[in-house]
Design a protein around this ligand. Structure first.
Ligand SMILES: [Zn+2]
Length: 177
């Protein structure tokens, strides 16, 4: 049932001569550039690839050997060099000032608001729940930071986020069996 590639069997080309340079084609199989775990195969009657693990769909430009993530904004892309994927930087990795400012604001403003309320209406020092407001301010900051990091990881397929996600998914599937 588990028709997955062993992650240790990397398609880097050093382990087997059979994995020499090969072009990007719809009738071949490749390691998924998003999760680095699933296998990309051409989808029947469609000029696109699908991943067996993360279920992302990709469109390909075979003359330039470029693969684009079709179901994501921003549209990430990779170039196939015959052995591995090369992330096309500069085209899709620009976080841009808007994204950075928005992400910072999403973390800072809610935390400031809650902090301001605690500052303006501080609890009595010897009240039984006096420890709670500062903890709540901290939780607000942490939860918003986690949310922003999750959105960034999901949208930009950040390597650390991908690794964490695969690790968690594998843990979950193994525990399921
Ligand atoms: Zn995948």
């Amino acid at each position: 049932m588990m028709d997955r590639l062993d992650p240790r069997q990397s398609l880097q080309g050093q382990s087997s001569p059979a994995l020499a340079r090969r072009p990007l084609r719809y009738d071949d199989r490749y390691r998924c550039p998003v999760c680095y775990y699933g296998e990309l195969t051409g989808m029947t009657l469609m000029e696109s690839f699908g991943c067996s693990f993360c279920r992302h769909i990709f469109t390909a430009d075979l003359p330039t050997q470029v693969l684009r993530l079709a179901d994501n904004t921003p549209a990430l892309s990779w170039r196939w060099d015959g052995q591995r994927w090369r992330r096309r930087h500069g085209t899709d990795m620009d976080f841009g000032p808007t994204v950075v400012i928005l992400g910072t604001a999403l973390v800072v403003f809610p935390t400031l608001l809650v902090g301001l309320a605690v500052y303006l209406f501080p609890p009595l020092p010897d009240a039984p729940g006096a420890w709670f407001p500062p903890v709540w301010v901290g939780l607000t900051g942490i939860s918003h930071l986690v949310m922003v990091l999750w959105l960034a990881g999901e949208s930009y397929a950040l390597p650390l986020y991908r690794a964490l996600r695969v690790l968690l998914s594998r843990q979950f599937t193994l525990g399921d069996r």
